[in-house]
Design a protein. Sequence first.
Length: 185
Amino acid sequence: MRTFERLGLPRFHLVGHSFGGWLAANYAARYPARVQTLSLLEPVFVFQGLRWQVYATTIPAALPFLPQRWRDHMLERIGGVSSLDRTDPMTALIADATDHYALTLPLPDRLTDEQLRGLRMPVYGALAGNSFMHDAAEAVRVGRATVPDLTIKNWPGTTHSLPMERPREIDDELLAFFAAHDGSR
């Protein structure tokens, strides 16, 4: 919270993708007066938990003694691609982070319906129609049933990599959403 104060941002538009969406939603639930708008791009642990297939794919791939191909397969499934291009900077960054990530804490809990109902700021949600992480249609249903001021969209034909697959469209929607809710920053 002090970071935002030192930046001179008493209120701001908060955006998070994937696990960052969970972090952003938790921040907004704890400090709602600080968040002008909340935008969640393909968030995990917000409207739903993860599909069992995510656990079945990621747990074995996290074991360092298993073949690299298994870890690559996990990233392909999550990213919705048939093969990894390790020369692509974003792929290299994600692959490197995955190869060196070590879980030291338990997985987070999904936000409760009470926490979701407590998000009183305008919330934008973008969910991928072909997400490996969760059922987008069900996540949209849960969001609409719990979040008071929600604009939510299911993006057909997209994967968990939604912001990278449709950057211009997502940027345009976010900027329009921010402008509709005060037009600042």
